[in-house]
Design a protein. Structure first.
Lengths: 243, 649
């Protein structure tokens, strides 16, 4: 049988990344997933060709050093009857400390890729050397700005972008033992705005100690949907772990 | 106590922060206790280079299995991290529990290359201990070192409290016992623990020896006390089967070199290549039973999740029953496992083996003929017949490989331009062979400057000067420039010179290493940080002659800085082998032929452990097929003045 016509299951997994492992890169995490899935012995589909690789599809890259409670990847399995609870159970003992699979759903064929589907992310940014009052004043200035021009380097060229339309929400959160939290919702299309860029738009430039992605959202017809719900197959494959 | 809360503030500022987080699969977070010796095992290079080191991982496991020891790991912080650490007042730390180095009892280094010596000093300094051993207080860290470089420990004698010669599996427990007793008695006298360590076989404590010079010449290195050995013997594990380590190879979270499962299939090599220190100091050959190899591969793959396994040794195709072990390995994990065999022999059998393991991806294959002419290969005892080499190359191209890499040394004893140019001829012939099979065959010549090493027959040879090495490199480069399909890469001859200073230097070289380190000369093995002038200027400032240390031929009666140490090899065996080299006389592999008493077995009452009584099929390298021009060894006297390229600078 042509392997491309073999029965397939694509499962979207949600996972968290926290603790010391947050300093691994997106590439590192991809390799960790490959090794961990191999250890489960689950029938993960492989690419064709000279050096077969597991068929994994990752969403928006998380910057090195950031934590996240809400990361996703899609995994192709080479048979039709893979169940989400079995996959989650098998992963418990093989994922390294700091990475945990927290949910999953079977996707319908043709579901849009994570990279394209996710439109906004919620961020929790812990800043030090700042008071809640000063940060509130800073937040007001950012929110009041009609345009926020940032420059960044892309392929050796200086590119300017307006960050303002990408800042969907911004507020001061709780105080912590080390500083104050800044809560932000940032757009991802056509290019994901980064918390580090947000922190450089106005003086003073506050220093983050911990940046955490708390949620990723897919906006459809004005509604915010979580990635496990979009493209998920019907009832017999009820998503596990929807928040 | 963990430094993590401070480290996580600086890690966002540095490149590749995952180097410093630990968290590998197989990592141990041991419970420290006053009754246990705490070891910080350090590799004085970056995490990516150091993490895979098997020697360090073996000791890490053996120590952590004991109830009177704990072991954690440290690696040299890259320059950006070092700057952040120094600015924040953070010391060298373990990656396992991020404990400061000062909370350990022993800081023990693995030394596998001379150019990391300044990193060793830097790590001691970052750990908060005085870099000079004689300035350390009773309760300062004990600084130890093991690994191949410790066969000439003298350049580091002022900085390291104790060196270990040979296999570490058994001796580490004896060292631990000595340190444990001292620690439990309150670490009262540093001198007492050093004396106890010197009594452990295989341990060399340099501060307990007097060194006498006469002008530039070394006269003697002798123990200052009757209970300190006049000659320190290396340690050899008699049977590798008793040590199936690492059992839980560390699986890093970030990318490192050799990022795969590594299973050591045998230790030692008796091919007898005269330039090769590893082959001389790790004798005899001790094979791991094939069944144990299979178990270690299967278990290792299952627990690591790796899809690649390397069967390691100094010449893996020589392993008895290698074909069966490779087949068994490839059948692990539903056939998705790839096997790599570092250090391949040059013959058609080896290519057949390579074809078996690289069923799909045939990109490049590497061979190491080491010298271009048959005469030169007889001198170095790398007895590869041209028929073997061309047979291997023909076989590789015909089985689908398109690129070949050939390793050569230059600056070998008795080498002339004829030998150098023979490398080009050989590479051209290989490309021609390839044309019958592929449109664009490619052969890359990789050329390294030869650095003579202690405990080899070439330990008496005067290394070529930088100018001479450079001349030969350019001679070859110009010769092959016009040939399509032949590329060339080479090692910086200036780096070879600095390696030469440390390789055979005596205790006085320590001052040079210290000065280069004080001037900021770390990571010298990285070309962007290597600073040749710092080394030569430091030699000048201390009145030490590069010519004396590096380029001078040694005489038979000369006291060598490692004469008070023993790798098991009789000095007269090495001298005879040196004379044989100059007479272009090869010597067969003693694994399958009668013993010629080098000393490595007889001196320690041990034997080769080789499952097969006959050499592997195919190939001329001591495998019974006598190549053209081969003569059995015989004793001949020659005058030293006829040797090699005399130093000119």
């Amino acid at each position: 049988m042509n392997p491309n016509q073999a029965p397939r299951t694509r499962i979207r997994l949600r996972y968290s990344k926290a603790g010391r492992i947050r300093f691994t890169s997106h590439r590192d995490v991809a390799r960790i997933w490959e090794r961990s899935l191999r250890r489960t012995g689950l029938p993960v589909a492989q690419t064709e060709g000279f050096s077969p690789r597991a068929k994994l599809h990752f969403g928006l890259a998380l910057a090195t050093g950031y934590e996240s409670e809400d990361e996703y990847l899609d995994v192709d399995f080479k048979c039709a009857d893979v169940a989400v609870p079995d996959v989650l159970d098998a992963l418990v003992s093989v994922l390294p400390d700091g990475i945990a699979a927290t949910g999953g759903s079977v996707l319908l064929p043709g579901a849009v890729s994570l990279q394209q589907a996710v439109t906004i992310c919620d961020w929790d940014i812990e800043l030090i050397d700042v008071t809640a009052e000063d940060l509130a004043e800073w937040v007001d200035r950012v929110r009041g700005a009609a345009t926020i021009v940032i420059t960044r380097e892309r392929k050796g060229q200086q590119i300017t972008d307006d960050l303002a339309p990408q800042i969907r929400a911004l507020e001061v959160g709780e105080s912590t033992s080390r500083g104050v939290r800044l809560l932000a919702t940032l757009g991802t299309q056509p290019r994901a705005a980064r918390p580090s860029e947000l922190l450089t738009v106005f003086e003073p430039q506050y220093r983050p100690v911990l940046i955490q992605r708390t949620r990723q959202w897919i906006e459809q017809d004005g509604a915010r949907l979580e990635p496990l719900m979009v493209g998920a197959a019907p009832a017999q494959h009820t998503p596990v772990g929807v928040q | 106590m963990s430094l993590w809360s401070e480290l996580e503030l600086v890690l966002p500022e540095v490149s590749k922060p995952a180097r410093y987080i630990g968290g590998e699969g197989g990592m141990v977070e041991p419970e420290h206790h006053p009754s246990k010796v705490a070891w910080l095992l350090a590799y004085p290079d970056t995490y990516e280079i150091g993490l895979p080191n098997q020697g360090l991982q073996i000791l890490y496991e053996i120590l952590n299995e004991r109830d009177d020891a704990v072991a954690e790991r440290a690696y040299a912080p890259w320059v950006d991290m070092e700057a952040e650490m120094r600015a924040a007042g953070l010391p060298l730390f373990s990656v396992d529990t991020h404990r400061r180095a000062g909370e350990f009892d022993v800081l023990a280094f693995n030394l596998s290359a001379e150019l990391v010596y300044t990193n060793l000093l830097n790590c001691i300094n970052l750990a908060g201990a005085p870099v000079r051993a004689d300035q350390r207080a009773d309760d300062d860290l004990l600084i130890g070192a093991g690994g191949h470089c410790t066969y000439n420990p003298e350049p580091l004698a002022d900085f390291v409290d104790f060196f270990v010669l040979g296999d570490g599996e058994e001796v580490v427990t004896e060292i631990n016992a000595a340190v444990r007793d001292w620690k439990r008695a309150g670490k009262r006298s540093r001198q007492s623990v050093l004396r106890a360590l010197a009594a452990v076989e295989g341990v060399y404590v340099p501060s307990l020896y007097d060194v006498v010079y006469d002008g530039p010449a070394l006269v003697s290195i002798t123990p200052r006390f009757a209970d300190v050995p006049a000659v320190v013997e290396k340690r050899t594990v008699a049977d590798l089967a008793a040590w199936p380590y690492p059992k839980r190879q560390l699986v890093p979270l970030t990318e490192v070199v050799h990022d795969r499962l590594n299973v050591e299939v045998f230790r030692g090599c008796t091919r007898g290549c005269r330039f090769c220190q590893a082959g001389m100091i790790t004798r005899p050959v001790r094979e791991r039973p094939a069944e144990q190899v299979r178990t270690m591969v299967a278990d290792g793959l299952a627990r690591s999740g790796y899809d690649e396994v390397a069967l390691t040794s100094l010449s893996t195709a020589d392993f008895s029953g290698i074909t069966e072990v490779v087949s068994a390995t490839m059948d692990c994990g539903a056939g998705e496992v790839s096997v790599s065999l570092p250090s391949l022999r040059v013959d058609a059998f080896t290519v057949g083996l390579a074809a078996q393991i690289q069923r799909a991806r045939r990109t490049g294959l590497t061979f190491a003929p080491e010298a271009g002419s048959w005469r030169m290969r007889q001198v170095i005892n790398k007895l590869i017949d041209e028929r073997d080499l061309y047979g291997a190359v023909e076989s590789a191209f015909s089985q689908g490989w398109r690129r070949m890499k050939l390793y050569f040394l230059t600056g070998l004893p008795t080498e002339t331009d004829v030998d150098t140019l023979a490398i080009g001829e050989l590479a051209r012939n290989c490309v021609e062979l390839g044309r019958a099979h592929t449109k664009n065959p490619s052969v890359t010549v990789s050329l390294g400057g030869f650095v003579p090493k202690p405990f080899t027959p070439f330990q008496w040879f005067g290394q070529n000067t930088v100018a001479e090495l450079q001349r030969k490199i350019f001679l070859l480069r110009d010769d092959i420039k016009r040939n399509r399909g032949v590329q060339m890469k080479w090692h910086d001859p200036k780096a070879s010179l600095v390696e030469g200073i440390a390789s055979r230097g005596d205790r006085r070289i320590g001052r040079v290493i210290e000065e280069v380190w004080r001037q900021g000369g770390t990571f010298q093995e990285w070309s962007e940080h290597f600073d040749y002038d710092r080394w030569t200027q430091a030699m000048d400032r201390h009145g030490l002659s590069v010519d004396w240390y590096v380029h001078r031929h040694r005489t038979e009666d000369e006291v060598l800085p490692w004469d008070h140490l023993s790798a098991g090899l009789h000095k007269d065996f090495l001298w005879q082998d040196w004379r044989d080299a100059l007479n272009e006389v090869g010597l067969e592999d003693c694994r399958w032929t009668p013993c010629y008493d080098c000393g490595a077995c007889t001196g320690y009452s041990i034997e080769h452990i080789v499952a097969s009584a006959v050499p592997p099929a195919g190939g001329s390298q001591g495998t019974g097929q006598v190549p053209t021009g081969y003569q059995p060894p015989r004793a001949v006297e020659v005058q030293l003045s006829g040797v090699g390229e005399r130093a000119t600078s």
